[in-house]
Design a protein around this ligand. Structure first.
Ligand code: FEO
Length: 171
């Protein structure tokens, strides 16, 4: 059994991951409207990954014989002024999520919940990758500035991203 503090905190993280998915799907829609199909595809895949993150928390709570309680998901932003602003927003968001994951790790240590602590280690590593991926795109977009040819080259490159494999149901 999870203790109630941990259970509530993990349930809140499901909401945070679903919000992340919603935010990136909103960015994908915005990129589609700007005819930047590669960036739209990249964000769509990112939204799928966030859904998988939410499901990892969902399944972990269920595995510990505790209750998942889904709550309302906040509406995401729908407009950005430039691709750079959108990816900067994505990076800021990932930094915020890293803070949330670190907070959960701190809580698991404070509550001596070693199973939850072990479960969270995957997310600690994942957040390093998440921040690095967004940072790489921000850096590239800063380099090209307003050059439309270079922007379309980056768009083509980001369109090569492959989707994550579907999540296996818990054993
Ligand atoms: Fe679920 Fe992008 O962190």
């Amino acid at each position: 059994m999870l203790n109630p503090k941990i259970q509530d905190a993990l349930n809140e993280q499901i909401n945070a991951e679903l919000y992340s998915s919603y935010l990136y799907l909103s960015m994908s829609a915005w990129f589609e409207a700007k005819s930047l199909a590669g960036m739209a595809a990249w964000m769509r895949i990112q939204a799928q990954e966030e859904l998988l993150h939410a499901m990892k928390f969902f399944d972990f709570i269920i595995e510990r014989s505790d209750r998942v309680a889904l709550t309302q998901i906040e509406a995401p932003q729908t407009e950005w002024t430039s691709p750079l602003e959108a990816f900067e927003n994505a990076l800021e968001h990932e930094e915020k999520v890293t803070g949330l994951i670190n907070g959960l790790v701190d809580l698991s240590l404070a509550e001596s919940d070693h199973a939850t602590n072990t479960f969270l280690q995957w997310f600690v590593t994942e957040q390093v990758e998440e921040e690095a991926a967004a940072q790489t795109v921000v850096d590239k977009l800063k380099l090209v500035g307003d050059n439309p040819v270079a922007l379309f080259m980056i768009d083509g490159e980001l369109g090569q991203r492959t989707p994550p494999p579907p999540a296996a149901p818990p054993a």
